[in-house]
Design a binder for this molecule. Structure first.
Ligand code: PLP
Length: 462
């Protein structure tokens, strides 16, 4: 097609149609998409996002748990312009580096817990988790423990969408027809108190989860297990907050059996829970590896980071005669522009005390949203700080879920959107994970819209 005909085509067609004809969206229901297409978003400012027609919405999900400092930040725009004029990109293989890549490495080591002093860069969370697995396998091979390959994960865990990260993801409804390498993964029960506690006390429930993990380790054999993956709070699986000392005890099991503990902090780091890193500072766990993405650059540019401990680094970085190369790397590992944006983003988060702001307003947000559990269809409101969810039920006493065809999360979502708020529907849930700029006014507006949306949904169902 020549340029003239492309221009004519663009003038004749709207973006909604172009998108529908040519784009495959992540996580698409093709049937619905062919009817409805997608909304074209055109602009963002602070915690608002605007569609093509200029309609404003409160962005209750920060893009996708990631625009932590808010949309349209001019300092980031200036940083991008300056760095791309200076050096947007150069490869980082072997002996090439850049100031932003090195400086961000220092900063990430500073904010990361314990001995997590070494970073391998990628462009997102899935890639960061894949890197963690490859490093763990490489590490144990070098230690002469080649059988340590298996990965412990949990039902409902979300770790990404590449072939390997998707296999580690425990949301089985997403696995269908992809033939993922499940033989590498063992899935444990999710610490999902609302659904999995049963008749046990909370203590008994935690004991059950820990015992189940230890039994699995013994059955598979510690010599066959490389690592355990855990999100501090499980995100896409339903904003599941693990009870009590679950994290400390599962971490202790990893130490006992020489299993690497990987904290997937793709959502939970960079302020969403009021801390720069939550595994250590909320759950008192020092991971062997930590994976960051999303809030690391507030979504302004693709960036991910896999942090590894001194101990792992010492092993993998020892010169080897027969295999001198650590043969892992991506064209965009340590992308200069991405790293400079990451640095600026962290500078803004720290300078403007976003963690303090979230620590102050998070409990208010939790409390106000929690009041919505007065509605008959709201089974549970859960989460922490700026990472919250509502789970809807047909029967509050029995916790019976709505049938999938009721599409309860989507129904509330549609009403909220009409009223000017974007939330995320996931099955029987709605998730809220707004930009960390959310203040009392935005929280109050969000609660009012949620209230009205739930009431409208209840009316629809009668
Ligand atoms: N890990 C967690 C906890 C996530 O929530 C996500 C994405 O939502 C990922 C990993 C995957 O990140 P990405 O989509 O950047 O590959």
């Amino acid at each position: 097609m020549n340029m003239d005909s492309t221009n004519i085509k663009r003038q004749q067609k709207d973006y909604w149609t172009l998108d529908k004809q040519h784009v495959i969206h992540p996580y698409t229901n093709f049937e619905k998409f062919s009817d409805e297409g997608s909304v074209i978003y055109a602009k963002g400012k602070g915690h608002h996002i605007y569609d093509e027609q200029g309609r404003a919405y409160l962005d209750g999900i920060a893009g996708l748990w990631c625009v932590n400092i808010g949309h349209g930040n001019e300092e980031i725009a200036e940083t991008m312009a300056k760095q791309s004029q200076k050096l947007a990109y150069y490869n980082t293989f072997e002996d090439a580096s850049s100031k932003p890549m090195a400086e961000l490495g220092e900063k990430l080591a500073e904010i990361s817990p314990g001995a997590l002093n070494h970073v391998f860069y990628g462009t997102g969370g899935s890639m960061g988790n894949d890197t963690a697995v490859k490093i763990a396998h490489y590490y144990f091979n070098l230690l002469g423990k080649p059988n340590k390959k298996k990965i412990l994960s949990r039902d409902l865990a979300y770790h990404g969408s590449t072939y390997l990260a998707h296999a580690i993801t425990g949301i089985s409804s997403t696995h269908m027809s992809f033939d993922l390498p499940h033989q590498l993964v063992h899935y444990l029960t999710a610490p999902y108190t609302y659904r999995n506690q049963g008749d046990r006390t909370l203590e008994e429930f935690i004991d059950f989860l820990v015992d189940e993990m230890e039994e699995a380790i013994i059955k598979i054999g510690p010599d066959n297990i490389a690592m355990f993956f855990a999100e501090p709070i499980m995100g896409a699986g339903g904003v599941i907050v693990p009870p009590g000392d679950y994290h400390k005890r599962t971490h202790a099991l990893c130490k006992k059996y020489d299993i690497l503990y990987v904290s997937d902090e793709v959502v939970t780091a960079f302020g969403r829970l009021g801390k720069m890193v939550s595994s250590k500072y909320l759950f008192d766990v020092e991971p062997d590896m930590c994976v960051y993405a999303k809030g690391i650059s507030s979504g302004y540019i693709p960036l991910g980071a896999t942090m590894i401990s001194d101990q792992i680094h010492q092993v993998i970085s020892k010169p080897k005669k027969d295999n001198p190369y650590f043969s892992h790397g991506f064209t965009y590992s340590g992308h200069a522009l991405s790293c400079q944006v990451g640095l600026k983003n962290i500078e803004i988060l720290e300078r403007d005390n976003f963690c303090g702001h979230v620590s102050k307003w998070g409990p208010y947000f939790e409390e106000e949203l929690g009041k919505l559990s007065e509605y008959g269809i709201v089974g549970e409101v859960r989460g922490s700080h700026y990472m919250l969810a509502l789970e809807y039920v047909q029967n509050k006493e029995t916790k019976e879920s709505f049938a999938p065809e009721v599409n309860i999360g989507k129904r509330v979502y549609h009403h909220a959107k009409q009223l000017g708020l974007i939330i995320r529907p996931i099955g029987n849930l709605n998730v809220l994970s707004p930009p960390l700029t959310y203040d009392q006014k935005a929280i109050d507006n969000t609660i009012n819209i949620m209230r009205e949306s739930i009431e409208r949904t209840i009316k629809d169902l009668i």
